[in-house]
Design a protein. Structure first.
Lengths: 222, 222
DNA sequence: ATTACTAAAAGACGAGTAA
DNA sequence: TTTACTCGTCTTTTAGTAA
């Protein structure tokens, strides 16, 4: 495995055109590009040459430096890693958090036929009357925020008996192999560290969950 | 500017899924991925957290780690650098070498009407009767090899007076602002550290070149 | 099992120097 | 000007330890 500093130097040489042909360098010029002393830059060049990542041609007042095939291979591997990070085939996110006791609101809404029918229609399962509430781990909060911008399913509200039932949005997900969905009111603000998950069965019982158990929620879309 | 080691660790966390959600890590597991000790891995995590490139959520037996927006920004910048290295708009290569005295062969061939006409037709200039010979710097030899695989213009040979004149291939290039072309026999093997360049005028005189002067040759294509 | 500290060992850094 | 050495210093690493 190539040293992190060597990789940094090699990348800089490539950025300066070292893959397209020999570039004119001095230890000082490379050093100032990298924010290191000429001595250290010189040592980096020696190290890269010894690993055959560059070839050098010394002149009295500097040197020609070019990236070799091996050097370019290293850089391409690195490039491939970044492609893997940023261009996954299908987008997939994870949330982690602890099971908490809800306020029973979910159960109430899930008992209302209008919502029940809509969820069945869009999610492919008839929601169990009750939600699993999860307090997100701090590390998950940013992901939760990112999820706001993807394709939630909107379920409209309605008015009945002079009472207004608000719209709800839902996002299919998986929890330990079960098809589930995150649900959330469309309009009203919701605590950003809590999610409510519904499923076709009672998750608490099916997964033998107790308060404070850690659990992961997987969201996939394309 | 982010430290090279920190970047390495951050990239590994991203590869493990840290941009898609919190991942379960221990200093030991990260250390073994990176080939460093758990102590160092722990310190790296602390450093990344202090720079706000990751958020952590400690548990008794490990930790959840997720890449923050700033951390992802750093990685994207790195990604952009690699894109710049490998996806330039138009391909461009450089060769560097020293002017040497040729054997006068070029002058002979360039005086033959058949070649002269063909070069004029394909290159857009009437070649000066003479070639500039360049001994490539060792750092350029790999680029020269890469150039074998791109689009050279083939100029056919011919037979006259019971003598066979071989085919020649040529590649347009620029030398200090002058439109030129590298020429080389199509069939016979040619020393890989020497190139012959033709132009519409006598380059030696026009550029005031003497033997051993260093010169760069620019090849651009799309 | 963890994390993260302290302290000794190893290694990297840059000033100075020679070619 | 270069490159690349030596050398003293400082940083980083890892082993050991405690929580």
């Amino acid at each position: 495995m190539v040293e992190a500093e060597d990789l940094q130097s090699l990348k800089m040489i490539a950025l300066l055109g070292g893959c397209k042909g020999p570039i004119w360098l001095s230890s000082q010029s490379l050093g100032s590009e990298l924010g290191i002393s000429p001595q250290t830059a010189s040592r980096r060049l020696i190290a890269l040459e010894r690993q055959q990542f560059i070839v050098r041609s010394m002149k009295p007042d500097g040197q020609y430096v070019a990236v070799t095939r091996e050097g370019e291979g290293q850089l391409k591997q690195e490039y491939a890693d970044y492609i893997r990070i940023f261009n996954p085939k299908r987008r997939q996110y994870f949330l982690a958090g602890a099971v908490i006791s809800g306020l029973g609101e979910g159960r109430y809404y899930m008992s209302i036929p209008h919502y029940k029918e809509q969820f069945s229609k869009y999610l492919g399962f008839e929601p169990f009357p009750g939600t699993l509430n999860i307090r997100l781990d701090p590390a998950s909060i940013r992901i939760r925020q990112d999820l706001e911008h993807i394709g939630w399913i909107e379920i409209s509200g309605f008015t009945a008996d002079e009472r207004t039932f608000g719209g709800v949005k839902t996002l299919p997900c998986r929890v330990r192999g079960h098809d589930c969905a995150i649900v959330e009111p469309s309009r009203t603000h919701y605590p950003e560290d809590i999610i409510e998950v519904i499923a076709g069965c009672g998750l608490r019982k099916a997964l033998d969950l107790n308060d404070n158990d850690m659990i992961e929620v997987e969201i996939t879309y394309d």
